[in-house]
Design a binder for this molecule. Structure first.
Ligand SMILES: Cc1ncc(COP(=O)(O)O)c(C=O)c1O
Length: 415
């Protein structure tokens, strides 16, 4: 047989030039934060400097991953931790997550902590494990697009509950209550919030916990900005009722300045009502083997070690938040609720009739190179005039950017 080809070299081609079909579910979402980059690249290719205020990546603006975390990952690689790890995560990382959540008032055992490829994968795993096709999940509006994307992927439905800019972007609880149906499975709470910069007072949080309890739902607490309150860390919502059906999510991406490591976690509340959910989530997690192993070795150092970078980061964010709110509110036609945590705001422009948020954002990009994301990318009505800004750029850059925005807005409204 030596020298005989196993297969003939040629594949018979059909004459048809049809595109390979794609799944309908892809049409159910768009990821505006990244989609808009294609237009930005065209603007850049035409010679305009683009200032990317679309993606919440602190490292892209010069903030540095703490060296002791990099050292922990390097050490892990050198020590040979380059193979697969346990699906739910290495024990040291799971124990650190449990210890940290317990110290913040949401006591869980390490067995209820799972390490994932960022908050993103944790949310994907949980929604996939808990919500059937046709199931409904209550998601805040404006939303973070990950939720709509994952729900589209599993053929489930997002039901959007309003949050209200005239009340500091607090959830509209009456609207929320009106959306529950027998198909509802979960409530997503993003607190501190992206894109609004809000955090919710204890009274609101209590109502949300009572609401999920009344309807036998699980509360998915996206707490990825929990360490980035300008006045200090924000409590996990589960602290108000450690026996509630709460699953909390966070990661190394924001408060530990390592988004590219794709390392995060979830903590599943201690109530026995979540035991089945935990088993199902673990089963789903087995299917993707494990999250990146060397990075898991930084989790204990992050959560239980030196956090001196965090007060500095919070102070930097507070300064940028103040510049942002002041500058935007000084632009005729724009109003902006002051954020209290994180690095986002969602200002509103009083649009002339017939114009959309996309008209404004694309016009701003083409005229000035300043790239924001239109509010309709977060579920808002196109005519409402919202847009989102990531304010991680340096104070000087931000001042220049808001100057450009003021000039362009004047033109836009004068048209
Ligand atoms: C509210 C919210 N949830 C989740 C994520 C995803 O974070 P991770 O990098 O941990 O997947 C982000 C990222 O911007 C976010 O803003």
């Amino acid at each position: 047989m030596a020298g005989t080809a196993l297969y003939s070299g040629n594949v018979t081609k059909t004459a048809s030039a049809q595109a390979v079909p794609t799944a309908r579910r892809v049409n159910a979402f768009s990821y505006a934060i990244r989609n808009i980059v294609a237009e930005a690249q065209r603007v850049e290719a035409a010679g305009t400097r683009v200032r990317y205020l679309n993606v919440g990546d602190p490292n892209a603006f010069g903030f540095k991953t703490p060296p002791h975390l990099i050292a922990a990952v390097e050490r892990a690689m050198r020590d040979g931790h380059n193979g697969y790890g346990p699906s739910p995560g290495i024990p040291a990382a799971r124990e650190a997550v449990a210890t940290e959540l317990t110290s913040r008032g949401f006591p869980i055992s390490a067995d209820r902590a799972l390490i994932t490829a960022g908050t993103s994968e944790a949310i994907d795993l949980v929604l996939s494990a808990l919500v059937d096709g046709g199931g409904e999940v209550l998601v805040p509006m404006p939303t973070y697009p990950l939720y709509t994307a994952v729900l589209a992927k599993i053929d489930a439905r997002a039901k959007f509950y309003r949050t209200d800019p005239s009340r500091g972007w607090q959830p509209d609880l009456d609207h929320l209550k009106s959306l529950v149906t027998p198909a509802t499975r979960a409530l997503v709470v993003i607190d501190p919030n992206n894109p609004t910069g809000a955090t919710y007072p204890a009274s609101t949080r209590r109502e949300l916990l009572e609401f999920v309890d009344r309807h036998n739902l699980v509360l998915l607490a996206d707490e990825v900005y929990g360490d980035l309150g300008y006045d200090g860390p924000v409590d996990p919502i589960g602290k108000l009722d450690p026996d509630a059906a709460v699953i909390t999510f966070s990661s190394l991406s924001k408060a530990y300045l390592a988004p590219g490591w794709r390392t995060g976690w979830m903590g599943v509340g201690r109530t026995p009502r979540l035991d089945n959910a935990l088993a199902s989530i673990k089963k789903m997690a087995d299917g993707r083997l494990c999250s990146t192993v060397p990075m898991q070795f930084a989790v204990a150092d992050a959560l239980l070690g030196d956090r001196s970078h965090q007060p500095i980061f919070r102070a930097e964010l507070r300064q940028r938040a103040e510049i942002t709110t002041r500058s935007l509110n000084a632009i005729p036609g724009i109003s902006c609720v002051a954020p209290i945590a994180g690095f986002y705001v969602m200002p509103q422009l009083a649009l002339p009739p017939g114009r959309t948020d996309e008209d404004y954002v694309l016009g701003l990009l083409r005229a000035t190179g300043v790239l924001c994301v239109y509010g309709s990318g977060f579920g808002m009505a196109k005519e409402a005039g919202f847009f989102r800004i990531v304010f991680l750029a340096s104070p000087d850059d931000l001042t220049a950017i808001y100057g450009l925005m003021a000039e362009y807005t004047k033109q836009f409204l004068g048209q």
